[in-house]
Design a protein around this ligand. Structure first.
Ligand SMILES: *Cc1c(COP(=O)(O)O)cnc(C)c1O
Length: 394
């Protein structure tokens, strides 16, 4: 049964591990030896659960989307992570890791961010817990994501624009790792997805697993059974997907369907479909599939969705796909946009463009009338209004 979970060395099959510079060895080793003890400790649980309830607004509703269900000929439930404080699932992880950092005696929090969603979630929790917060962000992204930069600054974080490389997420991550190397004693690095060296992928998956824990309870109430026929989520690094599938992974009757961003198409050269197109390599401390050139240079991924254009993929998802436990769809910009407008018109919910990628996968599925399908609606679309408006009028 453990073939789906991480092993003692941080591997999911051939993927994962902890490929880190010598200077971080003690830090990562300490984290590895303490994360399970801390997050399973009853006093940590109490503090974490209380914040998830009263600060984030959990449990997030499991909503039966009637008109969407009618269109696709099955019973579709939306897990409403879009209703969380700060607008997505990312806050579940940020709260957990900052609490952990505090218990480890760290006083300084660093994070990297692409679109700015993880940066905002981390800055929010740092304001709440009165911790110093430094967020590394590619200079290109600082330009593109003004509003999130302003939010982080209002929350008291220092946003550091990174001008190396393409000045995007990969470069911000390199800079955050460099900072951590220089300040290993007092600094905790909050990673925003199921990526990076072990134990991050497993730790983030566990912190997000509250999603599937709640789905089981809510389905039992609504359907008289804890397990759906399908669980579906979009994958960038893989954290909302990991949280959505976590408590179903050992139950083969629950089918796992994920969607990655195909950008302008799998053959277009402009895509972020890492599981379809990536090759094995090492990125940010983890052995996984990576978008890379023939000679192993990391290629800048492309997606209309800033939250899905990471050049790697969480090792858990590389593994689950490689052994056939999950089915991974490639959904293009256009398919996601269409799905975003469809959900808005049918259900009155404007989804994040990331979440719209899994909705865009519905067209590719064949459901039976009595299938129960749970889709993680990872975030809300406020941040994507410009994209949506430009599409509608173009
Ligand atoms: C960041 C983000 C994602 C992608 O990250 P994962 O770690 O793959 O979940 C998906 N949806 C939203 C709304 C996001 O903000």
């Amino acid at each position: 049964m453990e073939k789906f979970k991480v092993d003692a060395n941080g591997f999911y099959g051939e993927f994962g591990g902890a490929y880190i510079p010598e200077i971080l060895y003690d830090n990562v080793e300490t984290l590895k030896n303490s994360y399970l003890k801390v997050i399973n400790d009853p006093s940590f649980r109490d503090e974490y659960d209380a914040l998830l309830k009263d600060y984030v607004g959990r449990p997030s509703p499991l909503y039966l989307a009637n008109r969407l269900s009618a269109k696709y000929g099955c019973k579709i439930y939306l897990k409403r992570e879009d209703l969380n404080h700060t607008g997505s699932h990312k806050i579940n992880n940020a709260i957990g890791q900052v609490l952990l950092a505090r218990r480890m005696g760290k006083t300084r929090i660093i994070a990297e961010t692409g679109a700015g969603q993880h940066g905002v979630a981390t800055a929010t929790v740092c304001a709440l817990m009165n911790m110093q917060c430094i967020v590394y962000m590619g200079a290109t992204d600082v330009e593109r994501q003004r509003l999130n930069v302003q939010k982080m600054e209002m929350l008291g974080a220092t946003v550091v624009p990174v001008t190396s490389g393409n000045m995007t997420l990969k470069d911000a991550t390199n800079e955050a790792i460099r900072d951590w190397c220089c300040n290993p004693a007092d600094t905790y690095y909050v990673i925003g997805s199921t990526v990076g060296p072990h134990p991050y992928p497993d730790m983030v998956a566990r912190l997000q697993s509250v999603i599937s824990e709640e789905i089981r309870k809510q389905l039992l109430e609504k359907e008289g059974r804890e397990t759906p026929d399908y669980v579906m989520a979009c994958v960038g690094g893989g954290s909302n997907a990991a949280g959505t599938i976590f408590h179903f992974i050992d139950e083969p009757e629950v089918k796992i369907v994920l969607a990655e961003a195909a950008g302008k198409g799998l053959d277009s050269g402009e895509s972020a479909a890492t599981i379809h197109l990536g090759k094995l390599g090492i990125i940010h401390g983890s052995k996984t599939l990576i978008m890379q050139s023939e000679d192993g240079q990391i290629e800048e991924p492309y997606s209309i969705s800033a939250g899905l254009d990471y050049p790697g993929i969480g090792p858990m998802h590389a593994h689950l796909s490689s052994i056939g436990r999950s089915q991974v769809l490639a959904v293009t910009d256009d398919e996601a946009l269409q799905a975003a407008f469809e959900l808005t018109k049918l259900e009155g919910i404007i989804p994040a463009i990331e979440s719209a990628h899994i909705l865009g996968g519905l067209d590719k599925m064949k459901f039976k009338a009595d299938d129960v399908v749970v889709i993680c609606l990872s975030g809300r679309g406020d941040k994507d209004m410009e994209t949506y408006i430009n599409t509608a009028f173009s």
